[in-house]
Design a protein around this ligand. Structure first.
Ligand code: ZN
Length: 488
């Protein structure tokens, strides 16, 4: 008979010899449960009612399927690779446990206020006094104090992580507030670092905050990382993501990774001794422009909350040395379907940074690696052969009656938010709808901030049109010409 792994949930482990998994030999789901309750009779009372039925608060899953929905139910055959999970409903309370004094030499001690503050942790045998002291001694670096960084830093501060480093150079913008909950309306225009520090200190005065008011760069990453134990990646762009990964591998610090896009997120723990790194998963970045940023593609505000809290959980587990970290596993979060899936990740022996013969042994130029052109100086006359027209000159020319055809290449739902009288053809439709344009007229292309319209202009110039790009897009128009046009 095949050995079958049964996952025991936390509340029931006390009835199963404190084990997280129990392996039994059985041919069917029912036999596996019978084997389990034979070897752990205490568990039987928890799982089954007096009349021998599975209790209503217990769900049993075979791999990812609830056995209630399998045609054979408890008679479903099991094979060696199968796993059974017992999923009880949980109330969220904590049971009283006896506090045992653990002599922790060299660990920071907790005063009575801290003991009261962390009481619900101290009651957990998996944390306890020793774990709480480990948290206090820990030094965690959060790269970014935005969507992911907000819940991440908040929960780490609440949990009692003693030293939090924050890296950010940005200021709070009103479009951040939909998800970056560490900042408030009154903080708009302030440095994110100062705003975050204020909230974290208000939540927990028993911690140190180290602020790095800079962009994370190849030139400063190793110096910033050196005083921290764990790095949590809350960045929103590929160059910084690869930089964080490589700097973690090179300095031997775990990289607690999270990323979000629209309704989906990912999380993992990279760059540990035994596990893969981000480059084992994605050796190369996507070409620039293929994956839009959240500023272009949007993001559900609560999603970074979900993913950032997963990152915070992983950080705390790494500090405590408890549980199973997401090492070698990529967690996929689908907030629309509300599904969490997991993919196995393997360490790639040929990985350029963590493999057996690494080719990356020092930090490189990540902008170049990601194929990003240096940003053109503001007011540059031409980019890739396309003339850049600033919004004030465009207004003057239009007011003076010059014949200009304004083409808007944004999406219809963006057009509904704000528009400046352009003819709408979304960038993705431009090729098939190009015949709608008059090649005898001069075309000015615009989008939200100038990136998509630049691509459209390059395509149109190739196709023989006379074309200019409206630098800064409708955002610049709102800033410099007409503040009545809403900025989004
Ligand atoms: Zn690697």
């Amino acid at each position: 008979m095949p050995p079958v792994k049964i996952h025991i949930p936390t509340p029931l482990r006390q009835f199963a010899g404190k084990q997280a998994t129990v392996t039994v030999e059985a041919a069917t789901v029912g036999e596996a449960l019978e084997e389990l309750t034979l070897s752990h009779p205490e568990l039987k009372k928890q799982l089954y009612s007096e009349d021998g039925k599975l209790r209503a608060f217990v769900n049993l899953y075979l791999n990812d399927e609830d056995i209630r929905y399998l045609s054979e139910k408890e008679n479903t055959a099991v094979k060696e690779s199968d796993s059974l999970s017992i999923i009880p409903s949980i109330a969220g309370g904590s049971e009283m446990a006896t506090l045992t004094e653990v002599p922790a030499t060299g660990m920071p001690s907790l005063n009575n206020d801290e003991i009261a503050r962390y009481s619900r942790h101290l009651l957990l045998p998996e944390v306890g006094m020793e774990g709480q002291q480990k948290l206090k001694a820990a030094r965690v670096l959060c790269v970014g104090t935005g969507g992911l960084g907000s819940p991440l830093a908040f929960y780490l501060a609440a949990a009692g992580v003693g030293t939090l480093g924050l890296v950010d150079f940005d200021v709070v913008d009103s479009s951040n507030l939909q998800r970056q909950i560490i900042h408030s309306t009154k903080d708009v225009g302030r440095l994110k670092l100062d705003s975050a520090e204020e909230k974290l200190k208000a939540l927990n005065p028993y911690m140190n905050i180290v602020k790095f008011n800079t962009m994370l760069l190849s030139a400063n990453a190793m110096e910033i990382f050196k005083d921290f134990d764990i790095v949590a990646d809350g960045t929103d762009n590929f160059p910084t993501r690869y930089l964080v990964n490589d700097a973690c591998v090179l300095s031997g610090k775990p990289n607690v990774y999270g990323s979000i896009f629209r309704f989906e997120g990912q999380a993992s723990v990279f760059a540990t001794e035994e596990g893969p790194c981000y480059r084992c998963l994605y050796p190369e970045p996507p070409p620039p422009g293929l994956v839009p940023s959240c500023a272009e593609g949007g993001v559900l505000g609560i999603l970074p909350g979900l993913v950032g809290v997963i990152q915070a959980t992983e950080v705390i587990k790494l500090i405590l040395g408890a549980g199973e970290p997401l090492i070698g596993r990529l967690l996929l979060v689908d907030s629309l379907g509300m599904r969490f899936r997991e993919l196995k990740l393997r360490k790639n022996p040929d990985c350029p940074v963590c493999g057996t013969h690494p080719t990356v042994t020092a930090l490189i130029d990540y902008e170049q690696f990601c194929g990003i052109q240096p940003a053109p100086a503001p007011g540059a006359a031409k980019i890739n052969g396309i003339e850049q027209l600033d919004v004030t000159s465009f207004k003057q020319q239009r007011d003076a009656g010059k014949d200009l055809f304004l083409l808007d290449v944004r999406e219809p739902h963006e057009y509904k938010i704000a528009q400046i009288g352009g003819y709408l053809i979304p960038l993705g439709d431009l090729q098939k709808r190009v015949s709608e344009l008059d090649s005898s007229r001069e075309i000015v292309v615009h989008c939200k901030s100038g990136g998509r319209s630049q691509k459209a202009a390059e395509f149109l110039q190739q196709a023989g049109f006379k074309v200019k790009n409206l630098a800064g897009g409708i955002g610049a128009w709102s800033d410099q010409v007409d503040p009545k046009v809403p900025k989004y």
